[in-house]
Design a protein around this ligand. Structure first.
Ligand code: NAD
Length: 296
């Protein structure tokens, strides 16, 4: 069993750290939140006084932080890299921009460390259940070393390619998810206004070429799919403000790669409007309110 440093014990990191301990690993943890620290320590982790301290004397150092700026601060700025012993493997599971992920890889390599970017999908439910999908970027050898550790937290562990390509894969997926959420809302509102019942629209489209995960599982028209957040007061689920963060990352990636993504840009503008309208904490399916403000 491994010794693991874990920094960032929030909604995702907290349950991920607990699953590592359930898997028999010894954890040394750090978070700025005292409450998050107490919870992890009560579950059996050793408290560290800083990110730098959490990365010392461990085999793997994992970060699960909100954004790229936090990763720059915690990993590169007198943090994890400065505190880690030779041979420690660095894993960043935060969802961040490809550029920062690649800068973190470069800083780790310059200091002699192996690193993997390993963002996740599956949400808080998947983090709790240990059923996350990990999208990994780094060398094949590093991926092989890290895989058994990730298996304590997830079921689907995919090597997407070299440094940063885990983040690139995650951003492509979430850009498409945002587009599909908006497109599903447009089709459902237009169809019902034309006089087709929402049940007929759902039954036909969910078995036809217009279907998507969002249309099938998180259908934005309230009362269409019982388990969709839209049928449960738009309670998340996946919050609109997090979708906006990921869509903005997708637009940065589009610019960096010279790719025209008009639909991604439209979805980004739509979610920005939704969040500015006070729906940032509502589920992504609340995007239907832009098409029909009376929905729900
Ligand atoms: P969160 O805000 O709940 O947790 C982040 C934690 O990092 C907090 O506990 C915070 O105190 C800590 N932190 C921030 N700066 C720190 C620092 N300098 N040193 C130590 N700790 C610090 O966020 P989350 O929902 O756990 O998400 C983490 C990442 O996972 C994000 O990038 C998010 O986009 C991604 N993600 C989230 C979900 C989801 O459903 N919540 C799903 C997939 C991916």
């Amino acid at each position: 069993m491994a010794r693991i440093g874990f920094v960032g014990l929030g909604n995702m990191g907290g349950p991920m750290a607990r699953n590592l301990m359930k898997g028999g690993h010894a954890l040394k943890v750090f978070d700025l939140s005292e409450e998050a620290m107490n919870f992890a320590v009560q579950s059996g982790a050793e408290a560290a006084s800083s990110a730098k301290a959490a990365a010392g004397g461990v085999d793997f150092a994992i970060t699960m932080l909100p954004e790229g700026a936090h990763v720059r601060e915690v990993v590169m700025n007198d943090g994890v890299i400065a505190g880690a012993d030779p041979g420690t493997v660095l894993i960043d599971s935060s969802t961040i921009d490809v550029e920062t992920a690649q800068a973190a890889h470069a800083a780790a390599a310059a200091a002699g460390f192996e690193m993997l970017d390993a963002p996740v999908s599956g949400g808080v439910v998947g983090a709790d259940a240990g059923s996350l999908t990990f999208m990994c970027g780094g060398s094949t050898a590093t991926f092989a070393k890290v895989r058994p550790i990730l298996e304590a937290m997830g079921h689907n562990i995919v090597h997407c390619g070299g440094p940063g390509l885990g983040q690139a894969t995650k951003i492509c997926n979430n850009m498409l998810a945002g587009i599909n959420a908006l497109a599903s809302a447009e089709a459902m509102v237009m169809g019902t206004r034309l006089g087709v019942s929402k049940e007929v629209l759902y039954n036909v489209i969910s078995t036809s070429s217009g279907r998507s995960f969002y249309f099938d599982s998180s259908n934005p028209m309230p009362g269409t799919v019982a388990a969709s957040p839209a049928s449960n007061g738009f309670k998340p689920g996946f919050m609109s403000k997090l979708m906006l963060k990921d869509l903005r990352l997708s637009q940065a990636a589009a610019q960096a790669s010279g790719t025209a993504t008009p639909l991604g840009a439209t979805a980004t503008a739509a979610f920005q409007h939704l969040v500015e309208g006070g729906h940032g904490d509502d589920d992504t399916s609340s995007i239907i309110k832009l098409i029909d403000p009376k929905a729900g």
